[in-house]
Design a binder for this molecule. Sequence first.
Ligand code: AMP
Ligand code: MG
Length: 408
Amino acid sequence: MNDAKKMLSADEALELLLSHARPLGEIEKIQTTHALGRVLAQPLVSTVTVPPLDNSAMDGYALACASLNPVGETRLRVAQRIPAGSMGHALEQGTVARIFTGAPVPPGADAVVMQEDCTPDGDMVVIRKIPHHGENIRRAGEDIAAGSEVLPAGVRIRPQEMGLIASIGLADVPVYRKLRVALFFTGDEIVMPGEPLAEGEIYNSNRYTLLGLLEGMGCSVTDYGIVPDSLEATVDVLEKAWHEADLILTSGGVSVGEEDHVKAAVESLGKLDMWKVAMKPGKPVAYGTVHDTPFIGLPGNPVSAFATFCLFVRPYILRSQGVEKITPRSYSLPAAFDRSRPGSRREFVRVRLEPQADGMPGVAIYPNQGSGVLTSAVWGEGLAEIREGTAVARGDLIKFTPFSELLG
Ligand code: AMP
Ligand code: MG
């Protein structure tokens, strides 16, 4: 059997990983002010109408269109003044109401003329513009009807959802509890930033990338730091991590070299499957359990750790968090590069969109696609997929997934 045959495709690896993901399901009620990044656990149904009444979109004059001359200007009496927060009364025939943005439109008025199109004259006003019926009136319930569902369960709360939740008067919101993720990093050569670097050592960049990725997803992270390449040290940290976490995530040490101890350590406390995924960057990814806590081991190379997180761990975490939409949106766009030599593994290259000669977007590739070249991910705006056995010529459509769909 050749190597490629023993490998899983990226799709198979994702499917396999997702088959192990279980939504946490534990619900807590938190203040809406603290809900950013959390996942809504129940659908929200509004008990109120938003906006509650027909109201003015402008500072101006509320009037009945029928009271205006069909052509030219009309001089009318200003019979009432309605600031936001107060209720006017029914419009007397042949009068207008001075009105301000957000104030309820009085009964009998069917348009608001903005003040720039009016000339006040004592207790009269000259209306210089003939509005159309309903102009500058925001209708009651045009945003939300009482009794309607404003958000389904399983959405991640962004700032705009926070505002929407507040707009229906909810100070508290039911969310799933945060997923607790234990992180550690294997490698005798790994040193924390801030420390001096001896010969042969490199800084622990994965800690920062993975921490950012996890926090961006609203996880609660415990960092167990750098673990030396030894079986005992790896077992020790796993023993601490498993009962405090819903997921243990690591980088490095998942190959099957002499210095890779993750496999033996996890197996001594649970079980582990090592997957060779036919992808670049990436390749080794491990899934298992430590006692009953799920374990995912990512490759150590910084771009591999980043890409495998985005493509596999993110959907796994989303499902564990109870998020409904887990598939990132991709777009077919023309390549702005040539890649003549097809690879045997699917490549997830770091790319960005650049305007081409005709002004349309083309997918430009970072020249160095090495799995240690983190600069490619910083330069890039997303990943493009080059399928196994496929060459790319300029203008060919390729699948582009923006980082906005892969992070958070
Ligand atoms: P490994 O998967 O342990 O064989 O590591 C693969 C490569 O990734 C090696 O060159 C490591 O030095 C590098 N690497 C492993 N862990 C980290 C880390 N936390 N930060 C940066 N690079 C790492
Ligand atoms: Mg290592």
